[in-house]
Design a protein around this ligand. Structure first.
Ligand SMILES: Nc1ncnc2c1ncn2[C@@H]1O[C@H](COP(=O)(O)OP(=O)(O)OP(=O)(O)O)[C@@H](O)[C@H]1O
Ligand SMILES: [Mg+2]
Length: 242
């Protein structure tokens, strides 16, 4: 299987309420996919399913070779392969940037103190925060904290990165800093799926855009669909997003 992520008629419900109503699509290695759509259309739920933070009720979902529709998923192996970053950074306030980033390499990947520290410094450099390694979260801006959160995921050398509206809480200047880090990651060949409201970023960086509406993929295509949408619903959505 060459696709890194494969949804096959995937269904997800919360109780009686069906949220994802048959989602089918694949993501190839190295692809950058932007998921857009109205509030409540199921974007975050789809993303959370890919890290098995939610279980699915129907169809198939393959992520980095793990069959998430089966009960016997190796969650530890899955979470080593997949990094996920949310709008909230959730850094440990009593740990420095470097300690936050070094935590998983030490505890999950059993690296030595020195190895974990080297990894942390390398990924902090990658997100432009080499000089902030000794800073505590409260001494960092929102954009810097979000970049530490991205570095924390990168420290585990994931095969796939998932981003859920990681810039929504940031003002425009800080948003730009974070988007530039993501752009660099994409240029380095990282496979990325991002839920975003940043239409310009999606247009510039995504290989593919997925427009979700009411639990289904309503339109999907290259970034040009953001300029020339095929459905009136996407056209309407774009008009209101900008
Ligand atoms: N844990 C949950 N229990 C019950 N319903 C949920 C749960 N999580 C999400 N939902 C519902 O699923 C639907 C889709 O939510 P989701 O968070 O995936 O939307 P979204 O597209 O990410 O929206 P937004 O743009 O506002 O973030 C919503 O109607 C929401 O209320
Ligand atoms: Mg959401």
């Amino acid at each position: 299987m060459s696709a890194l992520v494969k949804f096959v008629d995937m269904h997800k419900s919360f109780g009686d309420l069906e949220i994802l109503k048959g989602v089918t699509f694949s993501v190839e290695r190295g692809e950058v996919v932007a998921i857009i759509g109205q509030s409540g259309s199921g974007k975050s739920t789809a993303l959370r399913c890919m890290d098995r933070l939610e279980t699915i009720q129907g169809g198939e979902l393959w992520v980095c070779g793990h069959a998430l529709h089966r009960d016997d998923v190796d969650l530890k192996a899955l979470r080593r392969d997949v990094g996920i970053v949310f709008q909230s950074y959730n850094l440990f306030p009593h740990l420095t940037a470097e300690q936050n980033v070094a935590l998983a390499p030490r505890l999950v990947a059993s690296k030595s103190h020195a190895e974990a520290s080297d990894i942390a410094q390398a990924v902090l450099s990658k997100v432009g925060l080499a000089e902030k390694r000794a800073a505590y979260p409260e001494q960092l801006s929102g954009g810097q904290q979000q970049r530490v959160a991205i570095a924390r995921s990168l420290a585990m050398q994931p095969k796939l990165m998932l981003f859920d509206e990681v810039t929504s809480a940031l003002d425009p200047k800080l948003t730009g800093e974070v988007l530039r880090v993501m752009e660099r990651l994409a240029a380095d060949g990282m496979t990325m799926i991002l839920v975003t409201h940043e239409m310009q970023f999606a247009r510039n960086v995504a290989d593919r855009v997925v427009y979700m509406r009411d639990g289904r993929i309503h339109e999907m295509g290259g970034p040009e669909i953001l300029i020339k949408p095929q459905t009136p619903e996407l056209a309407d959505f774009i008009t209101h997003e900008q």
